[in-house]
Design a protein around this ligand. Structure first.
Ligand SMILES: [Zn+2]
Length: 401
């Protein structure tokens, strides 16, 4: 793989042993569409390791043996690529980047990143906004990235909005990031200007520890994407930008509660489709409505029925992505047996007691936060959430087994 940055335009050329099909770090199969993308709203100069890491978030799935960057990287970064992926990286010759002093939040506007923002009220936001690619047609005009960007602006927080068409580099799935970490390209290229030593993501307990979403659905202390000792964690650290998961120890029920209790509540938006508000008819709206209804202890409020396409995944047998939150919702939403989730009740014996671990914080998640920011996170958790008991910790550590 050969990578070239021209300003903030990235092009990459595959070597003969590279391939246009690959897997993201969560093992999800993906396919390449086009070998160029660009990033807007960033300076055109940054430490070479930051350019290299930003490029790697886009080209990792296609690269098989080696990568040549257009400027020399540090030996530390090359070593992290070799240790994590078995890839020979070069040329080598730069001094490593020293971590900056600040933590920024990779801010999507969803409940999880709003909860992370509530925990670190001084942290600036970096928001990734999808824009169209100049050579690839936009087949997702209903995805309102402009609405999300405007909501991020209205929070009043120090904000850098980064625009990018990098999701169009994928033919499948569409749209999507080649690696989940590609959402960080802008923050990486801004890391010098913002003096960043850490980047906080809104990944919660399910994503970090329970192998959630499209991943393995079992307890994953060595999660390759988000564990600090995993390959991505070590690579980011080599570039002086630590991956920080402020809400990595709490469930989506807790992030929902924290987000709705925060002064950013008005700007919370997890749906990519609605313009004046969430669309209420996509799979994500349904899933988040289940969680919100559970947190607010009220009946489900949705126009969707079992006949709706996006509801189909709940009519199948588990496992489900976010299954712990489905159990949490089944145990708590009044009248759930009269909703489209009725069928799912047959598969679980969920009670408030059996799901109460999802109201507390898994303590090892706090230990993973770099020392510089740990005390602030721990104080916030202590005041607003509380730690899991030993029994509750065991629920996490036996999940999916
Ligand atoms: Zn929606």
């Amino acid at each position: 793989m050969r990578v070239t940055w021209t300003g903030a335009d990235l092009t990459f050329r595959l070597d003969p042993d590279d391939e246009i099909t690959g897997k993201a770090s969560d093992e999800h199969p993906i396919k390449l569409a086009i070998n160029s993308c660009s990033v807007g709203g960033v300076p055109d100069d940054a430490h070479p390791d930051l350019f290299a890491l930003a490029a790697w978030t886009v080209v990792a799935p296609w690269t098989r043996r080696r990568i040549s960057f257009d400027r020399a990287v540090s030996a530390e970064l090359a070593e992290a690529l070799h240790a994590g992926w078995g890839i020979e990286a070069g040329p080598v010759g730069a001094e490593p980047r020293r971590p900056g002093a600040r933590l920024a939040i990779s801010y999507s506007g969803g409940a999880d990143s709003v909860a992370a923002a509530a925990m670190f009220p001084e942290a600036p936001f970096v928001h990734f906004q999808r824009v169209t690619h100049r050579r690839v047609p936009n087949r997702w005009p209903h995805y309102r990235s402009d609405v999300l960007a405007r909501l991020a602006e209205r929070t009043g927080r120090e904000l850098s909005t980064v625009t990018s068409d990098l999701e169009y580099t994928l033919a499948e799935p569409r749209p999507g990031y080649p690696e989940h970490h590609a959402v960080a390209v802008g923050a990486l290229l801004l890391a010098e200007q913002l003096n960043l030593g850490g980047l906080a993501f809104g990944y919660e307990l399910g994503s970090r520890w329970l192998g959630g979403d499209r991943y393995v659905l079992r307890y994953t202390p060595d999660n390759p994407m988000w564990a600090p000792h995993g390959r991505w964690g070590r690579l980011f650290a080599a570039a002086g930008v630590h991956i920080v998961l402020p809400v990595g120890g709490v469930s989506e029920a807790v992030t929902m509660r924290l987000a709705l209790d925060s002064h950013l509540k008005k700007y919370v938006r997890w749906c990519l489709r609605g313009s004046d508000g969430p669309c209420r008819t996509c799979g994500k709206c349904l899933y988040k409505e289940l969680i919100q209804a559970a947190v607010e202890r009220r009946p489900l409020d949705t126009p969707m029925t079992a006949a709706h396409r996006a509801a189909r995944s709940w009519l199948k047998k588990p496992p489900y992505g976010g299954q712990e939150m489905v159990e949490y919702g089944l145990a708590r939403v009044p009248g759930i047996e009269h909703t489209l989730f009725a069928g799912a009740l047959d598969y679980f014996d969920a009670t408030e007691e059996s799901t109460s671990w999802l109201d507390h914080c898994y303590p090892p998640a706090l230990d993973e936060i770099p020392a510089r920011w740990r005390a602030e996170a721990a104080a916030y958790i202590e005041a607003n959430v509380g730690l899991m008991t030993e029994d509750e910790v065991r629920r996490v550590e036996t999940w999916g087994s």
